[in-house]
Design a protein around this ligand. Structure first.
Ligand SMILES: Cc1cc2nc3c(=O)[nH]c(=O)nc-3n(C[C@H](O)[C@H](O)[C@H](O)COP(=O)(O)OP(=O)(O)OC[C@H]3O[C@@H](n4cnc5c(N)ncnc54)[C@H](O)[C@@H]3O)c2cc1C
Length: 376
């Protein structure tokens, strides 16, 4: 099937299926059965083994629909790709197909009350216990954890070495009796994220991802996928096509309004082309590195610009329109989640522009000797 045929088939399938249900798991199962889940993932692990071109074609057709795939965005955009890159074959065999079929939801457990931008200062401890591990600690801002079956969990396993060197990554069962999930209400009025408590949670060693104390290396892989998937909107569902919505809502005969909409179009298009290039490079084995942070920063700025524009163009009605007011009040989160704009600028400054790095006095000091975060 050539690309045009693929795109036409996707259009027909979406027209028949996209609005049939709000049930996310049931929709993902249908998406999988139709061959539109894991489009670029290897066939061996349940994917379609196709290229970015097919993925983009499907995404372009899906943009006009509000697909109920939000709860799978962390699994599809971050946890699954991390297991593809860094997991064992047994982990890929066990976890990837149920994720693609919508049978299991994933969350990503990195941030803590004392460790957000400086996530390497986290304190959730994993201690060896026979053939497994016992975990105690707290995470926060964990998106979709209230729906999750599994979590990708970053823990501290060694306090006698510098902070980046004593971390280990695990897959944790979110249904373990020692896991408590408390949804947090954000300023949209909904609960996008949660705080999580771990009390003597046991994890078998076969659920360790990467080597003991190499969790930072695995986390960098996850964060890179996070930035790329956020900026590309992977798995976040369509429906948020602001330009189309604004075109309907405002007087496009006004030259000033037209100018602002053209600005929005140009910025969206430039970001989309930048993302396209990054994903092509990634598939070709070129590591996009810090340029993934540039894409994430551009998206955050574009989202804030769009929210401001929508507020000023639509006026007070933007508060009454439930979907629009939700999107506007969620916009600032884009400048925080997945790394703040300031942190993205630090990364770009140091790794793209080669500016002098921030002074870091804590890189060689054992973690237990640091006064970081909430550590006493
Ligand atoms: C909607 C949303 C979803 C999220 N989902 C998840 C998730 O699923 N899993 C997860 O683990 N985390 C998640 N997070 C957490 C997110 O990664 C953190 O909020 C983010 O990394 C910032 O950490 P913090 O909130 O602790 O802020 P802090 O790190 O305390 O930062 C506070 C302020 O200081 C600035 N700052 C900090 N350090 C520097 C520096 N070195 N230079 C300049 N400025 C600096 C920051 O930019 C910010 O403005 C989510 C957050 C949001 C908003």
């Amino acid at each position: 099937m050539n690309l045009d045929e693929y795109r036409s088939a996707a259009r027909v399938w979406l027209a028949a299926n996209a609005d049939r249900t709000d049930d996310a798991r049931e929709f993902m199962a249908r998406l999988y059965d139709a061959g539109y889940s894991g489009i670029t993932w290897p066939k061996r692990w349940g994917g379609q083994g196709l290229t970015q071109a097919e993925e983009r074609a499907f995404a372009a057709e899906a943009r006009d629909y509000a697909l109920p795939t939000y709860i799978f965005s962390i699994g599809l955009g971050m946890c699954g790709p991390t297991l593809l890159d860094r997991g064992t074959d047994a982990q890929r065999e066990r976890f990837l197909r149920p994720l693609l079929r919508g049978e299991e939801v994933w969350c990503q457990l990195f941030s803590e009350p004392g460790a957000g931008s400086d996530v390497a200062s986290l304190q959730t401890r994993a201690v060896r216990d026979g053939d497994g591990w016992v975990v105690n600690g707290q995470k926060v801002w964990t998106s979709v954890a209230q729906h999750a079956d599994w979590g990708l969990l970053l823990t501290r396993t060694d306090v006698d070495v510098p902070k980046h060197k004593g971390l280990t990554m695990f897959v944790v069962d979110m249904h373990h009796p020692g896991v408590t999930v408390r949804p947090l209400k954000d300023m949209t009025g909904r609960s996008h994220f949660n705080e999580i408590f771990f009390d003597d949670v046991t994890i078998p060693d076969k659920h360790r991802v990467g080597e003991v104390n190499d969790g930072w290396g695995v986390a960098v892989t996850t964060l890179l996928h996070e930035r790329l998937s956020i900026s590309a909107g992977v798995g976040m569902g369509g429906g948020a096509d602001w330009l189309a919505r604004l075109r309907e809502a405002v007087d496009t005969g006004d030259p000033l309004v037209r100018d602002q909409l053209v600005e929005l179009h140009i910025r969206s298009r430039a970001l989309s082309l930048f993302n396209q290039r990054l994903s092509q490079e990634t598939r070709a084995g070129l590591f996009p590195g810090a340029r993934g942070s540039a894409a994430k920063l551009l998206l955050a700025e574009l989202t804030l610009y769009t929210a401001d524009l929508a507020t000023s163009l639509v006026g007070p009605e933007s508060v009454v329109d439930e979907e629009l007011s939700h999107a506007i009040s969620l916009a600032p989160a884009m400048a925080l989640g997945g790394g703040t704009n300031e942190i993205m600028r630090n990364i770009i400054g140091e790794r793209v522009l080669n500016l002098p790095p921030e002074p870091r006095v804590d890189k060689t000091v054992p973690f237990k000797d640091l006064k970081v975060g909430t550590q006493q």
